[in-house]
Write a protein that binds this ligand. Structure first.
Ligand SMILES: [Mg+2]
Length: 145
């Protein structure tokens, strides 16, 4: 049996992805894994968020953030990616916008890198495998702070 809280609630007025003024929060998903990007996209859209764009490496992520700015509210940033990793992309995005809401997406066992990212200015982190409830908890805590 599935608990009610595990079900997408896009039709409820209080979906977490909707801003108080009634428009969705816009998220940029940066991940070289199509599987993870798709999973995050599903979690976000099921809660009313809008996936503004996706990027498959850090360099693309930085470029897309700049193109979307200021019309982007949150970035999920994978750590291990080709071309430019998440740590460098974090640095570049924060150079451009020091108030950027960036959440690192990390594999298990990368505590040192995650800690470094948090010290650099990432607002939070998510550990894979992704847990819907935890993803939304972290995202909401960053957006509402
Ligand atoms: Mg990766």
């Amino acid at each position: 049996m599935t608990a009610k809280t595990d079900m997408p609630n896009i039709n409820e007025k209080n979906a977490e992805g909707i801003k108080p003024e009634g428009v969705p929060y816009r998220v940029l998903v940066v991940d070289d894994s199509m599987f993870i990007a798709k999973q995050l996209g599903q979690i976000f859209t099921s809660e009313g968020f809008e996936v503004a764009d996706t990027a498959a490496d850090g360099a693309q992520g930085v470029e897309k953030y700049k193109a979307l700015h200021p019309n982007v509210d949150l970035v999920t940033l994978d750590i291990t990616m080709p071309v430019m990793d998440g740590v460098s992309a974090l640095e570049k995005i924060l150079e451009f916008d020091k108030g950027a809401n960036i959440i690192m997406v990390s594999a298990l066992g990368k505590e040192d890198v995650v800690k470094k990212c948090l010290l650099m200015g990432a607002k939070s982190y998510i550990v894979k495998p992704l847990d819907r409830k935890k993803v939304l908890e972290r995202v909401v805590s960053v957006l509402k702070r």
